[in-house]
Write a protein that binds this ligand. Structure first.
Ligand SMILES: Cc1cc2nc3c(=O)[nH]c(=O)nc-3n(C[C@H](O)[C@H](O)[C@H](O)COP(=O)(O)OP(=O)(O)OC[C@H]3O[C@@H](n4cnc5c(N)ncnc54)[C@H](O)[C@@H]3O)c2cc1C
Length: 382
């Protein structure tokens, strides 16, 4: 089948995401291996136009994420995450990369890199590195090259357009660059012996001696961490997490029905608590997506809001995991039970950077804000 290239807003990203979610869900158990990767699902993302969908409308794309309130992108991320959290992680990285290209790329970079997305290249955003051993961009007699490695890089060995941060002597912050990689090169998955998210291929990628041309560099040094874009983007991984929470919830609900245990009041009470957590997370995502896309809150307030989105969704995920495991019992820990892998994937993907700092930072902003609590997020509502 020919690849679908979205050219306008008539493109139905939600229908595409639903189709991907159905097959990804079927494929996910077989990919749950240390060297697993959802290759056929990524091919579906390309075939159904979702790899190209985040290209802005002004660049001839479908502009997924530019719609009012970010509602469509939130749904797409949730649906893909529902099908497979590993696939959702990969897709979120791709969306993030295209977003950064749109924001910081010059006209030539945007044209070239969006064309790469249209032709099926999977992008990733790799920022994490070992303390004291990160990626360096340096000059030599033959021009620029990279030295060092990135860790916890999802899609290692599969991503063919990597947006990375690198340190450069005398630069005012890390530089951001997009480098082409050949599939199957420079990646080491030997440390990725993970509890869950095995199929995300989250490994180490060594860039040493990779030549870099000037036109690989996006924006100015420090742009990658520029606020509120840097922290504000966290609502997107939370939207993927919501899909994983719903998948756990559905596996739990299905178990109660199949085993005739749904009539018990304790089981019903737990299920009700779970439904509250899921819906709460969904509302927080809507709030976060709308707040970021409207862009009407001042930077500090917007970051506080998104930090709360992150933590509320994490809390909902932890609650649903605990409730589901208590309700289903030992069966849910046996390989082959749907809850087993779904729980491992969710528990692993809920681990995101500096949750304590996110909570305390949000609380500091709220304390300093004064006024009425109901007005804290005024102007950033769905
Ligand atoms: C499946 C998966 C895929 C990923 N893919 C990518 C990717 O493609 N690209 C990428 O760049 N990264 C990726 N990451 C890494 C991710 O961005 C984070 O680096 C990682 O999830 C951080 O988790 P952590 O629990 O180690 O966080 P930490 O920040 O180390 O938090 C652990 C605990 O320590 C606390 N803490 C944090 N800082 C301090 C401190 N200074 N002092 C005391 N306590 C502290 C936290 O509050 C928390 O309680 C991925 C992660 C996962 C789980």
């Amino acid at each position: 089948m020919d690849q679908i290239t979205p050219v306008n807003l008539a493109y139905d990203a939600l229908a595409a995401a639903r189709e991907v979610a159905v097959s990804a869900r079927i494929n996910a158990d077989a990919q749950d291996r240390d060297d697993g990767f959802p290759a056929s699902d990524v091919a579906d993302l390309a075939r159904l136009g979702l790899l190209a969908a985040p290209i802005p409308v002004r660049e001839g794309g479908a502009g997924l994420g530019e719609e009012p309130g970010g509602a469509k992108l939130a749904e797409v991320l949730r649906l893909v995450g529902y099908g497979s959290l590993a696939l959702g992680r990969l897709y979120e990285g791709h969306v993030n990369a295209l977003h950064l290209v749109a924001l910081y790329g010059d006209a030539g970079q945007r044209e070239r890199l969006f064309e790469d997305a249209r032709s099926g290249h999977l992008f990733g955003v790799w920022n994490t590195e070992r303390a004291g051993g990160g990626l360096v961009l340096e000059g030599g007699p033959d021009g620029l090259h990279l030295r060092g490695a990135k860790t916890f890089a999802s899609g290692a060995g599969h991503v063919t357009r990597a947006l990375v941060t690198a340190h450069r002597a005398n630069a005012d912050g890390p530089v951001m660059l997009v480098v082409p990689l050949r599939a199957g090169t420079r990646a080491d998955l030997s440390d990725w012996r993970a509890h869950g998210m095995r199929a995300s291929a989250t490994g180490t990628v060594d860039f040493t001696d990779l030549p870099v041309t000037d036109d690989a560099i996006l924006g100015e040094p420090g742009d990658y961490h520029r606020q509120p874009v840097f922290s504000g983007g966290a609502w997107r991984f939370a939207a993927v997490q919501l899909g994983g929470i719903e998948a756990v919830f559905d596996a739990w609900r299905e178990h109660l029905t199949r085993h005739g245990r749904g009539g018990d009041p304790h089981q019903l009470a737990r299920l009700g608590e779970g439904a509250l957590a899921v819906e709460g997370a969904r509302n927080w995502i809507a709030r976060g997506a709308a707040t970021v896309t409207q862009g009407t809150l001042p930077s500090g307030r917007l970051i506080a809001c998104i930090n709360l989105v992150r933590l509320a969704v994490e809390r909902a995920g932890l609650d649903v995991l605990q409730l589901a495991q208590r309700s289903v019992g030992l069966q849910g820990f046996l390989r082959g039970h749907p809850l087993e892998r779904l729980s491992r994937d969710l528990a692993t993907y809920l681990r995101q950077p500096a949750p304590d700092g996110a909570l305390v930072g949000a609380a500091e902003e709220i304390l300093a804000a004064g006024g009425m609590a109901g007005d804290l997020w005024h102007g950033g509502g769905p």
